[in-house]
Design a protein around this ligand. Structure first.
Ligand code: CU
Length: 313
């Protein structure tokens, strides 16, 4: 009698396990997500090799966690299904002081944590590296509440600078397929330089040397042309939320042309072309729009009682 009950329970348990195994792919497939999307586990799509490395770290961490999770859930379900208390006063078999179980439960997690640590260090070192001769150097200066971008050592040999104002979103024009070194510093409080598509942000300190902060970072390249919004990601005062900029990634030929145009005088103003004027002269459609396309200026009038609206909306 007792054996029959156990057999029925066991076959029910096996059926439930089979149903769970079959249901798992159905759940994944019916979401309509591609395999690549599923394996990203919610990680956004980046535009730099570093962003891809971080995504791979995230994917493998999620896969490792799921493997551990499935083992734990399986063992829990198996214990609940097949090792229940069978009668009054009768305890299921006890496993305390089992040397093999205790060794496995210490050694296995230690190996897993060591593996995660090592992989994280490898990725972090690459995201955080500096290289001796980057193709492009950009100085980023943050201030309440805007940005200035300078191009030191640019091939034109002339100073090129882009300054954001309350009326104009600063455009940080960069090349694709070239390594870029950013040197960041603040003129007042702590800000944070954040381009979501780089999947990277770093605090921008005033006097980085005295504050002993690492104020440079490198990306190996931007992998595609496009406009990407940039933000300040550190609460820095009243108009922190308005402190946006835009990265405009152009192919290297267009970028070189852009730098040359920045040093040439605008026929109307008689002054060197601004970022917007140089982009307009490049005439490459939406990609060369003279104003930011991913964000827009916010009104800084303290008496304003209505939200800023996107121009032409
Ligand atoms: Cu800020």
């Amino acid at each position: 009698m007792g054996r029959d009950v156990t057999r029925v329970r066991r076959s029910r348990g096996v059926r439930a396990a089979k149903a769970a195994v079959l249901a798992a792919p159905v759940v994944v497939l019916t979401t309509g997500c591609s395999v690549e999307e599923v394996l990203r586990f919610g990680w956004p799509v980046g535009v730099t090799p570093q962003a891809t490395e971080m995504r791979l770290l995230w994917t493998w961490l999620a896969v490792a966690s799921l493997v551990v999770g499935v083992i734990v859930w399986g063992l829990t379900a198996w214990t609940v299904a097949f090792h229940r208390k069978k009668g009054e006063g009768e305890l299921p078999r006890q496993f305390q002081y089992s040397l093999p179980v205790e060794v496995i439960s210490v050694v296995l997690p230690t190996i897993i944590v060591a593996g995660i640590f090592a992989y994280t260090v490898v990725v972090q070192n690459d995201v955080d590296k500096s290289i001796p001769n980057p193709d492009v150097k950009v100085d980023v200066t943050a201030f309440q509440w805007n940005w200035r971008f300078d191009y030191p050592d640019n091939p034109t040999g002339r100073p090129i600078s882009t300054l954001g104002t309350s009326e104009t979103i600063p455009l940080l024009v960069l090349p694709t397929d070239r390594s870029i070194e950013f040197t960041i510093s603040s003129e007042d409080v702590i800000h944070s330089f954040f381009v979501p598509e780089f999947l990277f942000k770093r605090d921008v300190f005033p006097m980085p040397d005295k504050n002993d902060t690492d104020n440079t970072f490198v990306i190996d390249k931007i992998e595609r042309e496009g406009a990407f919004v940039g933000r300040c990601a550190e609460l820095c005062g009243s108009y922190h939320s308005a402190m946006n900029f835009e990265v405009r990634a152009l192919n290297p030929q267009r970028y070189d042309q852009y730098l040359r145009l920045r040093t040439q005088n605008n026929p109307v103003s008689g002054a060197p072309n601004t970022a917007g004027e140089a982009l307009a002269a490049l005439n490459c459609g939406e990609l060369c729009a003279p104003e930011a396309t991913t964000t827009y200026p916010f009104s800084t009038k303290r008496t304003n009682r209505v939200a800023s609206v996107r121009p032409n909306s």
